[in-house]
Design a protein around this ligand. Structure first.
Ligand code: FES
Ligand code: ZN
Length: 315
């Protein structure tokens, strides 16, 4: 069910990766190793509590499918009632990419007995990514950037409205290392404060805090986990992602990691040491959060970024 021949490459690399990184582990031992690592992250960073309602941001891709499955396993292991867990998927309107993954996700949630809510970008912003891609480029932006802003906005809004206290995302160690470097290069200190295994604004009733159980798992490990599990997923990146700044950073870090193994771990580890100081500063700024004049969601300025983009695109 992959999207194109990139998948062949993924599969060829798969054997190489498991030998290189986990050569001494049998597939069963690898599953155990991976699960233990994720459960340890949940416990060490106290990502959620037994009685909290939790939402998983799901897409049908490898990271969110792995985290959804492992969260459910964690619930079962510690006898946490499953009615406290649900998933939200955002349909961004990317036909060649999302239709198939949403179909897979629906089947997956049904089989795992997890409630799934699907939120449509078009219902909320009167347009979607495919329809607006050209216009987005014309106004000097990238589709993935607009998609990211709308997706974050909708996940926060619908998770909160459905009673979630935390939002689980499938961000892995590679994603985090890329985000840290992007924020460094762009001098985005305020965005840096929202990184870490548990992110988001503390104690703000309009924000659902984001948590990342896959924080210490590399992209390769997540891919291996899904393949050992036998899940037929789309392992390819978003079709629009090549255009983005992040993809350049990703390529750079992958090349660096190849030459100097441990680079990505190093970036994340040193970042975690200074993160408490960055968060402290960000929490002092919490009083500055406003309410968007248009949609009433939280915003840094009078109008939130999601509404601003919609206005730019639709006038
Ligand atoms: Fe949505 Fe690229 S357009 S992630
Ligand atoms: Zn708004």
């Amino acid at each position: 069910m992959g999207c194109n021949e990139n998948n062949k490459e993924c599969t060829n690399n798969y054997n190489k990766k498991i030998v290189l990184q986990h050569g001494k582990l049998t597939p069963q031992e690898f599953l155990q190793y991976f699960e233990t690592k994720v459960f340890k992250t949940i416990k060490k960073y106290k990502l959620f509590e037994r009685n909290e309602k939790i939402c998983v941001a799901a897409s049908g891709g490898k990271d969110s499918t792995a985290v959804l499955h492992l969260t459910k396993r964690y619930y079962e292991r510690y006898n946490i009632p499953l009615e406290n867990l649900f998933a939200i998927a955002i349909d961004e309107g990317i036909e060649r990419h999302r239709n198939e993954s949403l179909k897979n996700l629906k089947q997956f949630c049904k089989a795992e007995n997890i409630k799934l809510i699907i939120v449509n970008v078009k219902d909320n912003f009167k347009t979607n990514i495919d329809e607006s891609a050209e216009k987005i480029r014309k106004i000097g932006r990238k589709p993935c950037m607009v998609c990211g802003i709308w997706r974050r906005y909708l996940l926060n809004k619908y998770a909160r409205e459905n009673g979630a206290k935390k939002l689980i995302t499938g961000h892995n160690l590679d994603d985090e290392a890329q985000a840290i470097m992007m924020n460094q290069f762009k001098a985005n200190v305020s965005l840096t404060a929202s990184l870490g295994p548990i992110s988001g604004k503390k104690d703000h009733k309009m924000f659902v805090r984001r948590i990342k159980p896959l924080y210490f798992c590399t992209n390769d490990e997540v891919e291996i986990y899904c393949k050992v599990k036998g899940w037929e997923l789309d392992f390819c990146d978003c079709l629009y992602s090549q255009e983005g700044y992040r993809s350049q950073i990703k390529q750079m870090l992958n090349e660096f990691e190849e030459k100097y193994p441990g680079t990505k771990h190093g970036i994340v580890k040193s970042f975690l040491e200074i993160l408490p100081l960055i968060k402290e500063k960000a929490n002092q700024d919490i009083g500055k959060i406003k309410e968007c004049e248009i949609c009433k969601e939280p915003a840094n300025k009078n109008v939130c970024n999601a509404c601003k983009l919609q206005k730019e695109l639709l006038g």
